[in-house]
Design a binder for this molecule. Structure first.
Ligand code: COA
Ligand code: AMP
Length: 631
């Protein structure tokens, strides 16, 4: 049998147009493209220019036409309420078509933005697909972000309508979304024309004149059809963390996205129409967009939407229960979730209660998977556990182990080999390729494959500066690592101020901006330090203003509350230390990496450019005394 991975990889790089042109046959087009790849528009190419399609049609309607109407499309399993709801393709299409009508009745049209601020309820997927149906651009905001973060996104995306739920459910508490939304709208300059609120029985929200109840808007609706959109029209904007507090609005197009995701479900994840796929993530993250909603539905799979946690809802056997109960063939989760399960059930006793006979592969991503976690879960599940690496920007895996094309040996600690469509190069500071085994900046030679970001929303210059200028001709991923002699990639760290907390991407810059608003804080620095469960957690260093005569513990506590209020609980900011000074270079740049090394207890060299070497010992002593590393 020919090596399908090697053949596909070579073809995709030798002739991307022929490769992706053929792959695009998996999608139904209203009008074929004029050019598979259009490089005339700038550094980031446009895929399938001239093509016309509808993503919602490809995710729903065409499966009805193909006789899949009675197949479950969406299985919603809430470990928080104990409720389950299964929607067939026919039922999901009907709900989406009605909600699309409700949006049009509120004057939402092609190109308008709709912000979706919802927990893991089926209506979140319905709202996303309804936007796609009418060509509106959705922007989903993760529920763990605070009102201030939501306000920033409202002002950038300028939505015509916001769709939210009255509340989300976290273990031991009901998260009231509606007051958070109201607070965000008080903070934002832009105001939407209307809000649609899904009332959940756990907390019924108070409505104002601008608010419409979900049930009433759909009660008056008639189903609407799919609107033709250009392949290059935006499907969604998804904000992600960058270096500063202003999040980056990643734009996703319709055509390239549908083509790449439909292909990746089978070529990479090894599933096909009729199979059950479960991505245990949240619709607020890219994993939720690509592999809870769009990828599985484009392929005709059944997708599982889970509300709950890997542990404590009710126990560390929940994930195994969901796999067994719904006949999941392949699952995707973050290594943090596996670490949490292992911590609660180290011998995997809870696993023995379930029959996982239809389960074939576990995929992990979102953060580096440490070899111990990977080997532990592989031994317990007795299925391949595949680490793969990608980003919000790319929308689908850059490296991994493609089950559909033919999986190869798993090397724990590595994120696999480079997928077709990607030309990954490890570059040194000067932009020259490094040898195998040498660490450098991980970059991808342009053009990027379909489905990747064509630009940032309203920020073309920032797009170029953040991704394309550092290494001309390459996309800079912001990750650093090395490739071994056999082409396996090892992703080791970020090269910027992004940290990864429990698989959630956060900006230390944004946390610093929040801390800087504290009246007694003169200066601050935030760095990500190692955490046994969450991979990394943020640690803040605060320098108080001269004359601020305050108890340091009190200020640290206020700083923690401030970050929770401004960024949200998801930042998991629980550690702040007051120090006399911050280590800086003679030109005034804060030495964050040195701070991180000290806090992690790693070796560190005193940088030659430091303004005051004695400060490092002082900080090391403060960290030792705080005991934070033993917590
Ligand atoms: N809405 C509101 N609050 C949310 C939220 C949401 N959607 N998601 C998380 N939060 C809150 C949590 O309640 C928690 O609040 P707390 O400080 O009051 O306890 C805080 O944000 C941190 O949440 P989390 O990171 O989930 O930590 P946890 O301690 O509650 O749970 C794990 C720990 C390991 C169980 C959890 O981090 C986990 O499931 N991780 C896997 C992550 C994942 O799947 N990521 C997918 C990316 S691919
Ligand atoms: P996000 O955009 O939220 O998906 O986060 C993307 C970032 O998470 C990447 O740039 C990496 O820093 C990190 N990441 C994702 N997957 C992996 C992985 N498999 N191994 C190491 N880091 C990863």
């Amino acid at each position: 049998m020919p090596d399908e991975y090697a053949t596909s990889y070579q073809r995709s790089l030798a002739d991307p147009q022929a490769f992706w042109g053929k792959v695009a046959g998996g999608i139904d087009w209203i009008q074929p493209w004029a050019a598979v790849l259009d490089e005339s528009v700038g550094p980031a190419s446009r895929w399938f220019s001239g093509g016309v399609l509808n993503t919602c049609y490809n995710a729903l309607d065409r499966h009805l036409a193909a006789g899949r109407g009675e197949q479950p499309a969406l299985i919603c399993d809430s470990a928080m309420t104990g409720a389950q709801r299964v929607l067939t393709y026919a039922q999901l299409q009907e709900e989406v078509a009605h909600f699309a009508c409700a949006l049009t009745q509120l004057q939402v049209a092609k190109g308008d933005r709709v912000i979706i601020y919802m927990p893991m309820v089926p209506e979140a997927a319905v709202a996303m697909l309804a936007c796609a149906r009418i060509g509106a651009i959705h922007s989903v905001v993760f529920g763990g972000f605070a009102a201030n973060e939501l306000a920033t996104r409202i002002d950038d995306a300028k939505p015509k309508v916001i769709v939210a739920a009255s509340c989300g459910l976290e273990p031991g508490r009901v998260v009231e979304y509606k007051p958070l939304l109201d607070d965000a709208l008080r903070q934002s300059t832009h105001q939407p024309d209307a809000c649609i609120i899904l009332q959940r029985e756990q907390s019924v929200a108070e409505m104002s004149a601008r608010d419409h109840d979900w049930q009433s808007v759909v009660a008056d609706a008639e189903p609407v059809d799919c609107v033709p959109v250009a392949a290059t029209d935006p499907l969604y904007i998804l904000y992600t963390s960058g270096t500063t507090g202003q999040p980056k609005g990643i734009v996703r197009d319709n055509g390239g996205h549908a083509v790449a995701l439909h292909w990746s479900m089978n070529a990479f994840y090894g599933v096909d129409a009729g199979d059950v796929f479960w991505a245990a993530s949240d619709v607020g993250w890219v994993v939720g967009h690509s592999y809870i909603v769009y990828g599985p539905l484009l392929r005709g799979c059944t997708t599982v939407m889970f509300e709950g946690k890997p542990v404590g809802t009710p126990d560390a056997g929940t994930y195994w229960r969901v796999i067994a109960e719904h006949g999941v063939k392949a699952m995707f989760t973050a290594p943090t979730a596996i670490r949490a399960i292992r911590r609660e059930d180290p011998d995997g006793e809870l696993l023995e209660q379930y029959s996982l006979d239809r389960f074939e592969t576990l995929f992990v991503a979102g953060e580096r998977c440490d070899p111990e976690t990977l080997t532990w879960v592989q031994a317990k599940l007795q299925v391949p556990v595949i680490d793969h690496w990608w980003q919000t920007e790319t929308g689908w895996p850059i490296t991994g182990n493609p089950v559909g094309l033919g999986a190869f040996e798993i090397r724990p600690g590595s994120a696999g080999k480079v997928m077709p469509g990607w030309d990954v190069q490890i570059l040194d500071e000067q932009g020259a390729p490094v040898d195998a085994g040498q660490t450098g900046a991980i970059t991808c030679r342009l053009p990027l494959p379909p489905g990747t970001l064509p630009t940032l929303w309203n920020a073309e210059q920032r797009f170029r500066q953040a991704y394309l200028e550092r290494f001309p001709g390459y996309y800079q991923t912001g990750d650093a690592g090395y490739m071994d002699d056999d082409g396996y990639l090892y992703v080791m760290s970020r090269t910027d101020d992004v940290i990864n907390v429990a698989g959630h991407r956060l900006s230390t810059g944004a946390i610093e901006e929040a801390l800087a608003t504290h009246t007694d804080v003169a200066e601050c620095a935030v760095t990500g330090i190692r955490d046994e469960l969450k991979g990394q957690v943020p640690l803040g260093f605060l320098v108080l203003k001269a004359g601020a005569d305050r108890a340091v513990d009190e200020v640290a506590q206020e700083a923690i509350s401030l970050v929770r209020a401004k960024i949200g609980p998801v930042a998991a900011f629980r550690k702040a230390l007051v120090v006399k000074r911050l280590p800086k270079t003679r030109s005034g740049k804060i030495l964050r990496r040195t701070l991180r090394n000290i806090a992690d207890g790693d070796e560190y060299a005193t940088p030659a450019t430091i303004d005051d070497p004695a400060i490092l010992d002082e900080i090391a002593e403060t960290i030792r005394q705080s005991g934070i590393m033993s917590q």
